[in-house]
Ligand binder design. Structure first.
Ligand code: ADP
Ligand code: ZN
Ligand code: ZN
Length: 702
């Protein structure tokens, strides 16, 4: 007797096929079973999905096709994993099939039952050789009072926790100890540790392997996009079968099947790379918190500069509200005697026009270099939305209607508000003082490496060798292993001045760096992107944490963080000077609350791409009309703003446009988006010139 089964296959959201399909099978297969099924003229991986075949929405074709093969030798995907996929797909407005099948290791899609069987047998043989031993006698550091206190709270409270601790305050040590407790408590328990970047996984892996060597080789696996398909499948199978007790990975690891998950650590939880920036644009940090609830796993969000969203959730609530959603734990002290650097501000208003490196900063750098210490020069991240600025009076391109700056679009020399879409031609002179010298803020640092070489060309090392100035950014590290190689040079002290983007500030330990300089941070103080100050503060504090790690070096003369700015009295720098994240966060959250920005409101973007800007915008504006009439009918409170070109407007001859959707209620926004999806699929058919469209929920950049 043939059974009917619901099977999910991977279909992109815009193909409109986004529910499960019906197939025939000789036997009833439990939900979570992987199968191979025919789809059109091809064969594809499918997942048996729970649900009622007769329920609404499932289209049942007249000629049902049979399941071709059942991959039941790896067991079913757990129910809570399917729940996670269903939630994530719904929340991020994608199809469940795309989300669920897209999160499986790519190789799983291609292997037959027999090939998989062979792989599993090989793994079983290997793992029998490594039995768990008693923990080796290691010399573990005695926890500091702060660490002990934090661990004691974690032992009795469920969390989620926001662990706020400076760089070097011993957060990683807390993760390791908490993981050890959780693993010792339950012989099946699994721990997931997330880091923001592939480059950081080897460092963590080494530390974890050392600490947990007694669990055996196979008990620790990594998961990130830099692995080969075979490695990824292996790690995934280890996690899924429960063999891996510790899973270390980047954001994609949050989607793995980890049946006995009991602890999730999200290190550097504020890092933007936890948000996927294409396809299904999920936030691994947010999904980690949700997953923690589903599986009753404890969640620790650790950072020296938590995201304002997480910080807000961990604030003592005002009288009318319930307890904060997250438990905040703080570790303010740094371990060892390494001092935090002293902040020095150079008022660029008092320097000659167009100065890139001011004289006092240059002198300070020379002094450090002469002593064979290292200097780190931070560059702004490239390509963020520029704001126009008057050099004479300080005027900036504010939007008269919004608490936002208008973005300078170079291609048609316009100023556009990305909030309300107000557009004007760039004025010929400053509207406030008439000065003709207006330009984009925060630019002009690309050539800094060459410029520094010129400024320092008279210097040499004590041994007569020329100075070495190195640049590390996305361009110089494209090749495989390039970043590691270049960082090693810096570690060896072979580089005197390191010029780099935010990527050098992350997690690397430059012991000889005693001076960190931000040449031109003002662009982030006054940016159309309301999150820019938050990122700048995180970057500067993190970079400051890079300096002064070597206590012996910083004893004679304090380490320094230099900032060149036209706004030396800006509150951000005041907080930075005190190393006061809490003060900075409070001030930012007050501003956000007044302006009605996240975390006090919820946003989504609808993006569209077409050959012309007009076509892309026509689609978006039609969507706006449809959406607004539904909103009025349903009395749901969501604002849909007009379409604007994206700040990076044209990529590979494709015009890109976006539209902001905003609400004070997450639920209202979600209700609206779910409805809108259907509309958009319909509209797309009418707007044939639209190449693609997508919804980005909780976008990081608007
Ligand atoms: P974070 O993750 O907050 O940057 P780490 O856990 O990496 O901090 O700790 C910073 C340094 O201090 C590391 O070298 C670590 O081995 C060391 N450390 C951590 N905790 C202790 C402790 N209780 N006693 C001594 N050294 C410690
Ligand atoms: Zn002016
Ligand atoms: Zn505006």
């Amino acid at each position: 007797m043939q059974q009917k089964l619901l099977v999910l296959v991977s279909t992109p959201a815009y193909s409109r096929l986004y529910g499960p399909l019906v197939y025939l099978s000789d036997q009833m297969l439990p939900p979570g079973t992987l199968v191979r099924v025919p789809l059109g003229s091809r064969e594809t991986l499918g997942l048996v999905w729970p649900g009622d075949i007769t329920a609404n929405g499932v289209e049942e074709p007249t000629n049902l096709r049979p399941v071709l093969e059942t991959l039941d030798n790896i067991g079913q995907l757990p129910g809570h994993w399917m729940e996670l996929m269903a939630f994530a797909a719904h929340y991020y407005q994608r199809s469940v099939g795309e989300f669920a099948l897209g999160s499986l290791p790519p190789q799983l899609r291609d292997l037959s039952q027999v090939q998989l069987e062979r792989k599993l047998n090989k793994r079983a043989k290997l793992s029998r050789s490594t039995e768990e031993a008693a923990p080796a006698k290691q010399q573990l550091p005695v926890p500091t009072p702060e660490q002990s206190q934090v661990l004691a709270r974690m032992a009795v409270e469920q969390g989620p926790f926001v662990l706020h601790g400076n760089t070097g305050s011993g957060k990683t040590e807390v993760y390791l100890r908490r993981a050890a407790e959780v693993l010792a408590h339950n012989a099946q328990a699994q721990v997931l540790m997330l880091v923001p970047e592939i480059n950081l996984t080897p460092q963590l892996e080494e530390r974890v392997r050392q600490r947990f060597s007694h669990l055996g080789e196979d008990a620790i696996v990594s998961m990130h996009s830099g692995m080969t398909p075979a490695q990824r499948l292996n790690s995934w199978l280890s996690a899924h079968t429960g063999q891996a007790r510790l899973v270390l990975g980047t954001r994609l690891a949050v989607l793995a099947s980890i049946p006995h998950l009991k602890l999730i650590v999200v290190d550097e939880e504020h890092d933007p790379s936890y948000k996927q920036q294409e396809g299904a644009r999920y936030s691994a940090r947010d999904l980690a918190v949700y997953r923690g609830q589903l599986q009753h796993a404890q969640v620790i969000l650790g950072s020296a500069t938590p995201s304002l969203e997480s910080w807000h959730h961990s604030r003592a609530p005002v009288a009318s509200e319930a307890a904060p959603r997250y438990v905040r734990l703080s570790m303010p002290s740094r371990i060892g005697s390494g001092q935090l650097p002293v902040l020095r501000r150079v008022d660029m208003g008092k320097q000659a026009r167009k100065t890139l490196v001011s004289a006092p900063l240059l002198d300070a750098m020379r002094e450090r270099i002469a002593r064979r210490e290292q200097v780190l020069v931070l560059l702004n991240r490239r390509g963020y939305a520029p704001v126009l600025h008057c050099h004479a009076c300080g005027w900036k391109s504010e939007c008269p209607h919004c608490s936002a700056y208008r973005v300078f679009h170079k291609s048609d020399r316009s100023l556009r508000c990305h909030h309300c879409s107000l557009t004007q031609a760039v004025p010929r002179a400053c509207p406030s003082c008439g000065n003709q010298d207006i330009g984009a803020l925060g630019h002009g640092t690309e050539k800094i490496e060459e410029h520094l070489a010129e400024l320092l060309q008279d210097m040499q090392r004590p041994d007569g060798m020329p100075l070495r100035i190195a640049r590390i950014d996305a361009d110089t590290t494209r090749g495989k292993g390039e970043l590691v190689r270049q960082l090693a040079e810096v570690h060896d002290g072979d580089v005197d001045v390191l010029v780099g983007t935010q990527m050098v500030a992350k997690g690397h330990d430059f012991r000889r760096v005693t001076l960190v300089a931000a040449l031109n941070p003002d662009g982030a103080l006054f940016s159309a992107d309301f999150r820019a100050p938050e990122r700048l503060f995180a970057l500067l504090l993190q970079a400051a944490g890079r300096a002064g790690r070597d206590a012996a070096l910083s004893r004679d003369q304090a380490c320094e963080m230099w900032v060149q700015t036209f706004h030396p009295a800006h509150p951000l720098f005041e907080s930075l000077k005190q190393h006061d994240f809490a003060g900075f966060a409070e001030q930012q959250l007050t501003e956000r609350q007044q302006a009605g920005l996240p975390p006090f409101s919820f946003q989504a973007l609808l993006r569209a791409e077409a050959r012309t800007q007009e076509a892309a915008q026509a689609f978006l504006n039609a969507a706006k009309l449809n959406g607004e009439s539904w909103l009025a009918e349903q009395a749901v409170s969501v604002s849909v703003y007009p379409a604007v070109p994206m700040s990076l407007q044209r990529v590979a001859n494709v015009e890109r446009s976006q539209m902001l959707v905003e609400s004070h209620s997450r639920r209202a926004l979600q209700t609206f988006l779910s409805h809108w999806q259907n509309d958009l699929h319909g509209l797309r058919v009418l707007h044939k010139s639209v190449i693609r469209w997508a919804i980005d929920v909780d976008p990081l950049v608007i």
